[in-house]
Design a binder for this molecule. Structure first.
Ligand SMILES: *Cc1c(COP(=O)(O)O)cnc(C)c1O
Length: 435
């Protein structure tokens, strides 16, 4: 079989040199992969337990249209999410269109004119700048008289507690923490670090609502931010918890009264959680959540593999090949526009969908440089599926994430290296002494 696998890689465009380097790297990672599998096992049990306790039945998958009163599948799914995240309540809906929408909804539901939002993890994710009004935008929180302040992280990427204490005022209503680095070069936070920050904030002002942007973090660790004191945890179903099957959606889990506010904002005051038909997507939401722990494990193995493949070739990588993971994103600094482009071409060429197209840099709205994106996904734009993107500007880093299976992630990374090798950017592979 070994020979047949190798023949397949060759047939699909991976040179012998690239294949054997990749294989040598993989052999150094088995111990690491074993730990990732154990984490998946724990989270798999957590999800099954949550489904059993909520008495999930085949009736949950029925198509419901119209107003959606008594949408049994929807209501039961929200119980399942509450069980997984250990919260009082949950809002999990196809009417929440994406992660940005889930976060905007939460902020707009819980803030009132005169309140202040405080980010203690530095600049939030790009798309939130317009939600908050950091960049003026139609319908932003700023337009409604909600102010914003921010405490940057210390140089080592940790929370700046002294400045946070000073930044909390009478007006501060919500403190937001972004778990994942997103497309920045800071480290991502562990759940324990988030817990420590939440405890600190509550000690300064107990009534503050602590909210965590959990995008890309679900099922990476044993615990979730709601297990360490966060009042609201928010994420996208087109990422980890959708397991690659959810075609749309977002979730908010947390305190019952806050979830009620979010529901009243999503639908309407007076209607709250009672309306919002699930339109036949329930089976994919349940099944995606069921698969999510192992899908996340595959993506994590891909990220660790990529870190080690590129680190051993001398490229800066964040996180490095040995660091513990708190999300599924891997940054690789290739140092040139050509490098970014070849990397993305490789990821695209390894996709099951649209493998024959070559991604090109383009001037995407909201970015100040050209951006290149590689994705051949079953769900459009899904970043739990194998995908890579990067702004074409210094330091020429690509952000790589996902892979519904480890085998696909591995093939994609090998293909990215193959493209760099074909372009003459990687000339030789380290003979031994891998890190
Ligand atoms: C992806 C992401 C978002 C936004 O989610 P979309 O589904 O792309 O709108 C917000 N925050 C973080 C940290 C993310 O990774």
């Amino acid at each position: 079989m070994e020979q047949n696998i190798q023949d397949y890689y060759r047939k699909m465009g991976i040179a012998q040199e690239v294949y054997s380097y990749g294989t040598r790297i993989e052999e150094t990672l088995f111990e690491r992969f074993r730990k990732i599998d154990r984490m998946a096992e724990l989270n798999q049990l957590k999800v099954i337990d949550a489904m059993q306790k909520a008495r999930v039945s085949a009736d949950c998958f029925h198509y419901v249209s119209g107003y959606g009163y008594d949408d049994f599948g929807r209501d039961t799914l929200e119980k399942v999410y509450s069980n997984v995240f250990h919260t009082e309540d949950a809002l999990v809906r196809p009417q929440i269109t994406c992660g940005t929408h889930a976060l905007a909804l939460t902020l707009m539901a819980c803030l009132r004119p005169g309140d202040e939002l405080l980010s203690i993890a530095g600049k939030p994710y790009d798309t939130l700048e317009e939600v908050i009004g950091i960049r003026p935008s139609c319908g932003s929180l700023a337009e409604y008289g909600v102010t914003y302040s921010q405490v940057d992280l210390l140089e080592d990427g940790s929370f700046d507690y002294k400045t946070i204490e000073k930044a909390i005022t009478k007006k501060t209503k919500i403190v937001t923490i972004q778990r994942s680095k997103g497309y920045q070069t800071r480290p991502s936070f562990s759940v324990d670090q988030i817990g420590e920050a939440v405890r600190f904030v509550k000690q300064v002002k107990p009534e503050i609502i602590c909210m965590v942007d959990n995008c890309y973090g679900e099922f990476v660790e044993e615990k979730e931010p709601s297990d360490v004191g966060a009042d609201l945890v928010v994420g996208s179903l087109i990422k980890n918890p959708g397991g690659g099957l959810a075609p749309i959606g977002g979730y908010i889990v947390g305190k019952k009264d806050l979830i009620e506010q979010c529901a009243c904002r999503l639908t309407s005051p007076g209607l709250g959680k009672e309306v919002g038909a699930s339109l036949g997507v329930m089976q994919s939401f349940y099944q995606g959540l069921f698969l999510a722990p192992t899908v996340v494990a595959g993506a994590l193995k891909g990220a660790v593999f990529a870190a080690n493949v590129y680190e051993n070739l001398g490229y800066p990588v964040i996180p490095n090949g040995r660091e513990e993971r708190h999300d599924i994103i891997q940054a690789v600094t290739l140092g040139s526009a050509e490098g970014v482009i070849q990397f993305c071409k490789g990821i695209q060429a390894a996709a099951p969908v649209d493998s024959y197209v070559a991604p090109q840099p383009w001037a995407m709205p909201g970015y100040d440089s050209e951006v290149i994106m590689a994705a051949g996904a079953f769900v459009q734009g899904s970043s739990i599926e194998l995908s890579a993107d990067g702004p074409v500007k210094p330091p020429y880093a690509v952000y790589f994430q996902g892979g519904l299976t480890w085998e696909h992630a591995k093939f994609g990374i090998m293909m990215s290296l193959q493209k760099l090798w074909e372009a003459g950017m990687v000339k030789e592979f380290p003979a031994r002494d891998l890190k």
